[in-house]
Design a protein around this ligand. Structure first.
Ligand SMILES: Nc1nc2c(ncn2[C@@H]2O[C@H](COP(=O)(O)OP(=O)(O)OP(=O)(O)O)[C@@H](O)[C@H]2O)c(=O)[nH]1
Ligand SMILES: [Mg+2]
Length: 347
């Protein structure tokens, strides 16, 4: 987000403090540091309870940005289509409603004063306004979802095989789409560069493959963000083949952690919205940025992934083109398998 980081503070605890997240002594220490260094914001790398945000802000006077709000800020900065903007706004409202409730509660019980000069009535009014806005956005997003559904049906009629580019944020999804479809979509070494889906046909006239770029995953992403982006994640749910991309230039343990985060979130999504559980059969694991890894590290990565995830990933570099042919072959094999299963199930 362009913040300059003054200091990182870590506290070892068995569990987070209910009131301040860190201990009471620690929060005073932080308060002192903030005042001395003239720092305005406190970023906390975990999602916080509304009451914790309230207490930390009240104690330190700093603006608290928890992990969820930071993700939302990045989303807000990067949303550039009408649909993505609405999705982010909805997620932001979902974030704010419980926080509002917390402040309203403190206000009503007299614990907090001044923040809502204008009185209880105004607060209630604002609260209702937020709820009405959220309902309105949901209705608008529903129209986009319907439109996507129609597009998918049309693609199916034309016998296209849809391939969703899913995976951790910054894994190289858009770069792969650019390489396979000779497209020029915007990529960047930052998180959540892509917030709108983009559908492109693969640049090979013999194959009816459609690539669908999607929003990346990150661990600790709350379900209501996934919820708000439902129309986007549906592209994964209904794809014939789902590529699960993870950055190969990370450490092996990090690669596994990211893969697990993505799989968990897709499973969470499917448990909520999906009615078929066979998505794992349609998944292809892809290790990206092979040009940044040497042979020894690659062997270590493959071993850890096979051991921990029980899968053999395809290794590619969108930059050099390495592994792209093998990936396309794998996609064709998985989609053929899918058709066979569907046929068998029908019998
Ligand atoms: N060296 C190397 N860099 C790559 C490769 N693929 C992607 N990158 C870089 O990785 C960064 C992220 O790439 P993107 O394609 O934007 O990643 P993404 O998965 O679409 O990211 P989000 O949309 O932010 O979730 C960019 O700086 C790319 O240039 C690759 O094969 N090799
Ligand atoms: Mg992208």
């Amino acid at each position: 987000m362009g913040y300059s980081v003054r200091e990182c503070i870590i506290q070892n605890r068995n569990y987070p403090d209910r009131k301040y997240y860190v201990g009471e002594g620690k929060i005073r220490e932080i308060k002192k540091k903030l005042a001395e260094a003239n720092v305005e914001s406190l970023v906390i790398n975990d999602p916080l309870e509304p009451a914790q945000i309230y207490h930390i802000e009240r104690e330190t006077g700093a603006r608290v940005i928890d992990r969820t709000l930071l993700i939302l800020e990045i989303f807000m900065r990067n949303a550039n289509s009408v649909e993505a903007k609405l999705q982010v706004e909805l997620a932001k409202l979902q974030y704010e409603i419980p926080l509002m409730r917390e402040y309203v509660h403190r206000y009503k019980t007299g614990e907090h004063s001044g923040a809502y000069a204008g009185g209880e009535y105004m607060v209630d009014q604002y609260y209702n306004l937020i709820k009405r806005r959220a309902a309105k956005i949901r209705r608008m997003l529903e129209k986009y979802r319907k439109a996507r559904e129609l597009q998918r049906a049309r693609r199916k009629e034309l016998n296209y095989i849809s391939v969703a580019l899913a995976g951790y944020t910054n894994a190289g999804k858009t770069t792969l789409l650019n390489a396979l479809a000779q497209e020029n979509a915007y990529t960047d070494d930052r998180m959540f560069t892509t917030l709108s889906t983009l559908v492109r046909r693969i640049n090979n006239s013999n194959l009816n493959l459609l690539l669908v770029d999607t929003v990346g995953f990150i661990d600790g992403m709350p379900l209501y963000i996934i919820d708000a982006f439902r129309a986007t994640y549906e592209e994964i749910q209904f794809a014939d083949v789902v590529l699960l991309l993870v950055d190969g230039s990370d450490a092996p343990a990090e690669i596994v952690r990211k893969m697990q985060a993505v799989v968990n979130q897709i499973n969470q999504y499917m448990a909520r919205f999906g009615n078929e559980s066979q998505i794992s059969k349609r998944m292809v694991y892809v290790i990206t940025k092979a040009d940044l890894i040497d042979g020894t590290k690659l062997a270590a990565v493959l071993q850890v992934v096979e051991m921990e995830m029980g899968v053999t990933p395809v290794v590619i570099s969108a930059k050099t083109g390495e592994g792209l042919d093998a990936l396309v072959r794998k996609i064709m094999a998985v989609s053929a398998l899918d058709k066979e299963t569907a046929w068998e199930e029908k019998q």
